[in-house]
Design a protein around this ligand. Structure first.
Ligand SMILES: NC(=O)c1ccc[n+]([C@@H]2O[C@H](COP(=O)([O-])OP(=O)(O)OC[C@H]3O[C@@H](n4cnc5c(N)ncnc54)[C@H](OP(=O)(O)O)[C@@H]3O)[C@@H](O)[C@H]2O)c1
Length: 305
């Protein structure tokens, strides 16, 4: 049988299409990128979920339905980290109830904060967190926004010693706290810090992220999209073609891959109250990540946007 040039071209096109499809299927089901928690050697996927705002006032069936779908999807895709706070209204209780209802507690990494003045008040607030989260053991409790840090770190260490929590830390999202935050990082032994860090909000990488790496602290990053700020900055703009060089298909993945491309970052915790956000954002934990040169290019791009 003679193979014509046309037959050869059709065959090539079919093979290419099959390879592209296989590549796409592989990318969707690709294993999640995980990072090691320095103090334990345990690993966690680099994308988790934050519960500020959208979980704060959820009480009706209509409020809860999308949150249930979101948590179910989070578990299905293999993400584990959920961050909350007693200051986020109904958030801890909503997560606790839905996790219980969906029977998905195993393997989740439940994090919350202590956020109140005074040692006794802190102890009571933490006990409420165990109740609302419906769990005898929490994975991480951090002192929120450096509020009464010394008093609460003592309580958190006692709880860790007693085996009721696994990790302790501190959080902030305010640049005017960075000097004090750095001082606490230098004098205390902490498993985690949580700090604001985003493609257009990079000051944490000057001192805090390198210090976390030096001190062996895990890093969770909050406000990865600056709430809506980054999406607004690129509204109507196409994703640059070079984003494909690090397997990035959407703006959300662009912003998140920048963050988790930093070697000190353990996990970013975008706020997600829709299952489709989970499907999108989990793509940032798959495929290639931008290297240092590519991250500089991303910074230049957003600075010019
Ligand atoms: N000091 C602290 O400890 C501190 C401070 C701040 C935040 N945090 C933690 O950090 C988490 C993250 O911060 P955040 O939730 O305030 O802000 P964020 O993660 O920067 O932005 C969240 C918002 O981005 C939008 N979004 C998420 N995924 C998207 C996607 N794939 N496509 C398009 N839009 C998407 C959603 O907006 P819509 O819902 O409007 O659609 C969502 O509410 C918080 O939930 C909280 O757990 C901690």
């Amino acid at each position: 049988m003679q193979i014509t040039r046309r037959d050869a071209l059709v065959g090539l096109a079919r093979t290419t299409a099959a390879l592209l499809l296989a590549g796409d299927v592989r990318a969707q089901g690709a294993p999640l990128i995980r990072r090691t928690i320095p103090s334990s050697g345990e690993t966690m996927p680099v994308i988790g979920l934050g519960t500020a705002r959208r979980y704060e006032a959820a009480s009706t069936a209509a409020d809860l339905a999308p949150l249930r779908d979101t948590l179910r999807r989070l578990k299905q895709v293999g993400a584990t980290v959920i961050d909350s706070s007693p200051t986020y209204g109904t958030a801890e209780a909503v997560v606790g109830d839905l996790v219980d209802e969906l029977k998905i507690r195993d393997g989740l990494f439940l994090a919350t904060k202590v956020s109140i003045g005074g040692r006794e008040a802190g102890i009571q607030q933490i006990e409420q967190s165990f109740k609302k989260y419906k769990t005898p053991k929490l994975d991480l409790i951090a002192v929120h926004n450096l509020r009464d840090t010394d008093a609460h770190l003592k309580t958190l260490r006692d709880l860790k010693q007693a085996g009721r929590i696994r990790y302790i830390g501190i959080t902030s999202s305010f640049e005017n706290q960075y000097v004090d935050f750095e001082a606490v990082m230098k004098r205390e032994t902490l498993d985690f810090i949580q700090i604001d860090y985003a493609l257009d909000n990079r000051n944490a990488d000057e001192r805090l992220l390198p210090l976390a790496k030096d001190r062996g602290m895990g890093v969770m990053t909050n406000l990865p999209f600056g709430r809506g700020r980054l999406f607004n900055a690129v509204q109507g703009k196409p994703l640059p073609t070079w984003a494909a060089e690090f397997d990035c298909k959407t703006w959300a993945q662009f912003f998140l891959k920048y963050i988790v491309g930093h070697e000190a970052v353990t996990c970013a915790i975008p706020g997600m109250a829709k299952a489709e956000y989970v499907d999108d954002n989990i793509g940032a934990a798959q495929g290639r990540l931008p290297d240092a040169a590519m991250r500089k290019r991303m910074e230049a791009f957003i600075d010019a946007a």
